[in-house]
Design a binder for this molecule. Structure first.
Ligand code: PLP
Length: 375
């Protein structure tokens, strides 16, 4: 084996300070290493169920065509999404995950030294993607786990190009309601684009939760609303998400988009998923029950999860090193996400799994905490 050493090529300064994404080991590898029969993975806010049946059929039907590049215009899916949301096709950008849309948007909008504003802790891509472009991410602390929209407004300067509102917020699982978002939009200056990140939209059944597309984007506000097929639709592994907003913003995103970045199976599966309203409803309800189960179990363990959580995960401060607890949970076959990377050393985030997954997780956490949380 040859180790290829460094070539000492100059890397952009903004990139030098970034830390590469640290993926966990593949689940099978962990299972083998620890000699466990099963692993319960509740670390990435994925849905616990696979793709919708119609999506699986669509994927299977297209396998023989994988020698072809995908439809670069993503025509059928964009068209279907436009119809569904009552907008024109030019108002819809589809990318390899909502994550890709965030990265394309910032690439299109930010000059070095520009600013983005977001709550913190929140979805790290807002910060990382801005820093990649030598822009500054202004982090506004959450208030009791909730996005603080007046404080976001207060952080806007002449250099602010984008404000991110993560609704519900990853990792705390909380939402801001219609009244708060209305008030925000009535005060936000016109040079700012607001991204309403609604990656978990389908899970939320609170009447006060606004539909960013119907209530703000379609009304002509300067907002790009993000949604994804990674969560309730069970397609995280295929990478497909989208943004709906003003035609010039969507055009800018599409100009910097990598050609053919959304694979044909991803396009076909997403399109097929849109029709199955009953399965969506079933999963939403199971998630609600599972989230109550996790919250109830955490309370019984004497912990205080942030409530109300409205998406498919819960966030809890354990009052001790979250990384160490997550590590001990792993050895019991349960993967949860420590929040140190979000600046919360003593917190963890747990995704809602099946009833059985949640039970196993709560059991393991109980054991770890009873043993004093020390390894
Ligand atoms: C708030 C938020 N936005 C965007 C994404 C990205 O989703 P996707 O899988 O579509 O890239 C995630 C994924 O976890 C998320 O939590």
């Amino acid at each position: 084996m040859t180790a290829i050493g460094p070539a000492n090529i100059r890397v952009r300064e903004a990139v030098q300070t970034l830390v590469p994404y640290e993926p966990g080991k593949p689940v099978d590898e962990v299972r083998r290493e620890l000699g466990l029969d099963t692993i319960v993975k509740l670390a990435s806010n994925e849905g616990p169920f696979g793709p919708f049946p119609a999506a699986l059929n669509a994927i299977k039907a297209g396998i023989g065509e994988l020698n072809r590049y995908p439809d670069g215009g993503i025509y059928r899916l964009r068209n279907a999404l436009a119809t569904r949301h009552g907008v024109e096709q030019d108002n819809v950008a589809v990318g390899a995950g909502a994550d890709a849309i965030i990265s394309y948007l910032l690439l299109a909008l930010l000059e070095p030294g520009d600013e983005v504003v977001c709550g913190w802790p929140s979805f790290p891509s807002y910060v990382i993607d801005a820093r990649k472009l030598s822009a500054t991410a202004v982090l506004v602390p959450l208030r009791d786990g909730f996005y603080d929209l007046p404080a976001l407004l207060g952080a806007i300067t002449d250099r602010t190009r984008v404000v991110f509102i993560c609704n519900p917020n990853n990792p705390t699982g909380t939402m801001v309601d219609r009244q708060a978002v209305d008030a925000y939009f009535s005060d936000v200056p016109s040079h700012v684009l607001t991204v309403l990140d609604e990656a978990y939209w389908e899970y939320v059944d609170d009447q006060g939760y606004p539909d960013g597309i119907a209530e703000y984007a379609r009304d002509g506000h300067a907002t790009l609303v993000l949604r994804t097929f990674s969560k309730i639709f069970g397609l995280a592994g295929l990478r497909v998400g989208y943004g709906v907003g003003p035609s010039d913003v969507v055009a800018a995103v599409r100009k910097v988009q990598n050609a053919f970045d959304v694979t044909q199976p991803a396009q076909d599966a997403a399109l097929a998923s849109l029709g199955d309203v009953a399965e969506l409803e079933r999963r939403r309800e199971l998630n609600r029950v599972g989230r109550d189960q996790l919250n109830g179990g955490l309370l019984q363990l004497g912990l205080k999860p942030i409530e109300p959580a409205v998406a498919n995960f819960v966030y809890v401060d354990l009052g001790m090193d979250g990384r160490s607890i997550a590590d001990q949970m792993l050895r019991k076959g349960v993967i949860i996400r420590p929040m140190a990377a979000f600046g919360a050393e003593s917190a963890v985030r747990i995704s809602v799994g099946t009833a059985e997954d949640n039970d196993v997780c709560l059991g393991a956490l109980g054991e770890v905490l009873t043993s004093g949380g020390t390894s």
